[in-house]
Design a protein around this ligand. Sequence first.
Ligand SMILES: [Zn+2]
Length: 82
Amino acid sequence: MNQQQFENFTASSLYCEKCKTAMPVRERLLLVLPDREIFDYLCIGCGSSVGRREITAGERLMAQAIAARPRRRPTIVHQLAP
Ligand SMILES: [Zn+2]
């Protein structure tokens, strides 16, 4: 797996021209195409768009696989029936 790509994908702060500094960003799904999705990154300080990213179907599958990994504080999604 390419670690560099993964870090790029999970970038949580980007430079905001309005705030004049690197700001945490919020990811917003902008457009869904048959083979890719386009995300907009919004500054959480002023709400302006500070970046955009295309995620291909292959990258999305990889991201889902990463997201599905157990974390330090796992949350229980499904409870088993008694
Ligand atoms: Zn900003």
